[in-house]
Design a protein around this ligand. Structure first.
Ligand code: SF4
Length: 255
């Protein structure tokens, strides 16, 4: 994967001090010249800005070791790093910026300021997607800066307490935004029943917004369940998405 370029590598032993005067983002890793691995834009060339911290603690999370560490970077530090690369040209050519985590929503205020500062400095805004666990309400300012909402509410099998993972008012709000999709990680046939009773029947989301993805942080794990998930998707007339970064690179992170 020599074509994938790293701006900030995951490094649990490296510790920076928190800036006291300038706005900053807490970042776990930042890389580009790869592809969006899942969801409605699977295959799209993309840059991933992975922030630290999350609102959830899914037992099967395949990036936990990455987003639990990281460092604060001021916007100036980030722009200096970006200026040493051809990322801006890649954005101009159409590469998407994917805000991921952890939980980008936990840093929506900082991300709003950063995206505004980016537009001011470079004269354009990258096409921006967000990976969203759907537990925090987006501000109007942040909403304006997001082009695609890859919402992924967590089901019971994630192991998170219901009161932490399931926020009906926020999910309903998100479903009304432009380009809002709902990716559900599916581990078993019964997961569809939960999607139906907790999301479709109360009218929180629309069927056409649903994308089902197999649970699995390894290629082997994905292959165990993917046919079942395709079967459910076809039966229920909703989309299926593979997790292509895992199909391609298995457990490797930073890709
Ligand atoms: S919400 Fe996403 S990043 Fe957070 S623990 Fe769950 S799978 Fe991991």
């Amino acid at each position: 994967m020599q074509f994938i370029k790293t701006i900030i590598a995951s490094n649990p032993t490296f510790q920076k001090t928190i800036p006291t005067e300038a706005p900053y983002l807490e970042i776990a890793e930042f890389f580009y010249d790869t592809i969006q691995g899942e969801g409605i834009n699977l295959g799209q060339p993309a840059a991933f800005l992975r922030v630290q911290h999350c609102t959830q603690n899914c037992w099967w999370c395949d990036t936990k070791e990455v987003w639990r560490s990281g460092n604060p970077y001021t916007f100036e530090e980030l722009f200096n790093l970006i200026d040493k690369t051809d990322l801006v040209e890649k954005f101009k050519a159409g590469q998407h910026l994917i805000l991921t985590g952890g939980s980008p929503m936990k840093q929506q205020q900082g991300l709003t300021l950063f995206l505004q500062a980016f537009a001011e400095r470079y004269g354009f805004r990258p096409f921006t997607e967000i990976e969203n666990e759907c537990t925090l309400m987006p501000s109007p300012e942040f909403t304006q800066l997001i082009d695609v909402w890859n919402n992924s509410p967590k089901l019971k099998h994630s192991g998170n307490p219901d009161s932490l993972r399931y926020q009906p008012n926020i999910i309903r709000h998100l479903s009304l935004l432009k380009n809002a999709w709902f990716k559900f990680v599916v581990a078993q046939y019964e997961d569809w029943d939960e999607i139906e009773t907790s999301f479709l029947q109360p009218g929180l989301i629309k069927r056409k917004q649903i994308i089902l993805m197999p649970l699995g942080g390894t290629r082997e794990g994905l292959h165990r369940i993917r046919e079942t998930v395709v079967e459910i998707a076809v039966r229920e007339s909703v989309r299926y998405s593979s997790r292509e970064h895992i199909e391609l690179w298995d457990k490797k992170t930073g890709v």
